[in-house]
Design a protein around this ligand. Structure first.
Ligand code: 9UX
Length: 72
């Protein structure tokens, strides 16, 4: 199995934002699953660190127009 992690996400203001970010994350080969919650302003991820690094995940989030905070 992959590495589980939850990242706080800021900048999401509507459910289309969270859906879009979830779609972007799930489209990446290294991300096994991603759930983005608007209500809790967070993304819960299961990823394969041999394929994508945390740094790259943060870059994907930034490229989508959002900001990720510290790991919880
Ligand atoms: Mo609605 Mo979310 O314009 O960016 S999709 S606020």
């Amino acid at each position: 199995e992959g590495t589980e992690l939850t990242l706080p996400i800021s900048g999401m203001t509507c459910s289309a934002c969270s859906s879009r970010l979830e779609r972007v994350l799930n489209a990446n080969d290294g991300i096994i699953s991603a759930q983005v919650s608007l209500a809790s302003e967070s993304a819960t991820l299961n990823f394969n660190p041999a394929v994508i690094s945390l740094r790259q995940i943060r870059q994907l989030i930034a490229d989508a127009g959002f900001e990720s905070g510290q790991i919880q």
